[in-house]
Design a protein around this ligand. Structure first.
Ligand SMILES: [Zn+2]
Length: 247
């Protein structure tokens, strides 16, 4: 009997180690795997619980400062779109869209969507938030967030969503979609330090949240919400003395 228990616990240990080694421990937004439990799911996710500069946040009590305009270089691009089970993600084939911030070039590596929004502005949540993830040559991350409210349709979103497979992890290729169409004309922004909003919740991420929301049609918003099985937003995290700069 004792031997049996030993063998079974050894098997369970091996299986747990194996699943951890494979592409990280599973996490989600519902049930046992919800955001409040992320830190307990794996030692690799401990920052989700211990971190003091976590994202998302509620943006309020901002400090006005002359932090300059955003220098955004977005155009037409090719790549693929996939529902990876956590989000709808677009990856460029030959990344050539970029932002200049503090004299450094941050190249767009992928962008994806959350519904409803993760960050809030003065307590206000938006139906959809786009995260445009950039990296500089040192691998430092910059996420530029764009809020979307309900209104008229966005042609680039239409083009991409029409290709999105119902099946998870089934990428579809696209050519020549105008990424700049996701950005507002006015690029005033909030800036603060934060983290990835998904495990492993790594910190040291520069966050830029554009103040002016864009619009998506109800059909487009419904498509995102349907893909995310109702929601994929981590709750807002404590500010812990961080400053939010605004221009
Ligand atoms: Zn995100």
């Amino acid at each position: 009997m004792k031997k049996h228990i030993k063998i079974i616990s050894l098997m369970m240990l091996t299986m747990a180690t194996l699943s951890q080694a494979m592409a990280g421990v599973h996490w989600g937004y519902e049930g046992n795997e919800l955001p409040e439990n992320w830190a307990k799911l794996s030692p690799e996710y401990q920052m989700c619980g211990l971190g003091k500069n976590q994202s998302p946040i509620n943006i309020s009590n901002t400090i006005q400062a002359d932090i300059g305009e955003l220098d955004i270089h977005y155009g037409k691009t090719s790549g693929n779109i996939v529902n990876n089970g956590h989000t709808v993600q677009i990856t460029e084939k030959n990344p050539n869209d970029y932002i200049i911030l503090d004299g450094q070039k941050y190249t767009l590596t992928q962008f994806h969507f959350h519904a409803p929004s993760e960050n809030q502005i003065n307590g206000e949540s938006f139906p959809v938030e786009g995260h445009f993830v950039h990296a500089n040559s040192n691998g430092d991350l910059l996420v530029m967030a764009v809020m979307f409210k309900e209104g008229s349709n966005n042609q680039s979103a239409d083009q991409l969503l029409s290709l999105l497979s119902e099946q998870e992890n089934t990428p579809a290729n696209f050519d020549s979609v105008n990424i700049a169409a996701f950005l507002p004309e006015q690029t005033h922004y909030y800036r603060f330090s934060g983290s990835l909003t998904t495990p492993p919740c790594s910190e040291g991420v520069t966050w830029i949240v554009l103040k002016e929301p864009m619009e998506l049609s109800k059909t487009e918003i419904d498509k995102f919400t349907h893909a995310f099985k109702h929601h994929n937003n981590r709750p807002t995290q404590p500010l812990n003395g961080r400053l939010i700069i605004s221009n």
